[in-house]
Design a protein around this ligand. Structure first.
Ligand SMILES: [Zn+2]
Ligand SMILES: [Zn+2]
Length: 273
């Protein structure tokens, strides 16, 4: 793991009071690639705010309302992660509104996300201090985000893995995040990562350095490689496929692997032995 100097100062503190919660880690599915992971009082969101359009699974109103209000399972969110800036993963306007409403939340996103937010009407420069904008580089990056309870509550490693679809999307910075919460449980979110094996070879050392307890890959990595190959390649104990619309493809329906399909579904997460 390489510590990126531009991120060395990104030791950020989330100041909001947290609700009391159990010790167990849980993944809550919102829709598409939007996942909330909670571990005690540490809470993180992946790709939670995006533009709803045809063919993409929307977040139901009842969930979206609680998310924006910071209620129930969404109370005291520490960090929001964005994998890449495609409309079905990122809505700059909604993200800006969310960050203004929740002044302790830190945003971790590809560098491409920040200029999109800066051009929004409600942007103010104070928000920049709460954004970790990851440079578009090949090497993995690592940094830590503190919460009120734990200065090392969130140990984050990010690596650029190209977007699926080959050269069509070569200009889109898709980040794969590996996050350890409270030193207890490690999760991985892969955004729209490519099934091209070569890049995983390139980053083999990164993937093998830390065991992931539970990964959230786009479903095509599961259906193209099979669960066993995928788990081995990214060094994950278990996984739940995401990015499924209302009509999962046949390969998903025929698979024995686990997928999130219904908004509101949850999974208990367990640290590996
Ligand atoms: Zn995409
Ligand atoms: Zn997508």
């Amino acid at each position: 793991m390489i510590h990126c100097p531009t991120l060395a100062a990104a030791l950020l503190s989330a100041a909001m009071a947290h609700p009391v919660a159990g010790d167990d880690a849980t993944a809550h599915f919102l829709a598409n690639e939007a996942v909330l992971v909670t571990a005690g009082e540490t809470r993180i969101l992946f790709d939670p705010l995006y533009i709803h359009f045809n063919g993409i699974q929307p977040i139901p109103r009842r969930i979206k309302r609680r998310l924006m209000a910071g209620e129930d399972e969404f109370e005291g969110v520490d960090v929001v992660f964005v994998s890449h800036i495609h409309d079905d993963h990122f809505d700059a306007e909604a993200m800006l509104r969310y960050m203004r409403r929740h002044p302790a939340v830190v945003l971790v996103a590809p560098s491409q996300a920040r200029p999109m937010m800066e051009t929004e009407r409600d942007w103010d420069d104070g928000l920049a201090d709460r954004i970790v904008a990851l440079p578009f580089i090949v090497e993995p990056m690592g940094f830590v985000v503190a919460t009120p309870e734990d200065p090392r509550a969130l140990v984050i490693e990010a690596v650029y893995v190209p977007h699926a679809g080959g050269s069509n999307w070569a200009s889109v910075q898709n980040m794969v995040y590996r996050v350890t919460l409270n030193g207890e449980i490690t999760v991985m979110h892969l955004g729209d990562a490519t099934p091209d094996e070569a890049i995983y070879e390139t980053h083999q050392e990164h993937f093998q350095a830390v065991r992931t307890d539970h990964a959230f890959p786009p479903f095509w990595l599961v259906t193209e490689w099979g669960g066993d190959v995928l788990r081995e390649r990214i060094n994950a104990e278990s996984l739940t496929g995401i990015h499924l619309g209302p009509f999962p493809p046949v390969a998903v329906r025929a698979s024995d692997e686990d997928f999130f399909t219904e908004p509101g579904e949850t999974r208990d997460l367990h640290a590996h032995e």
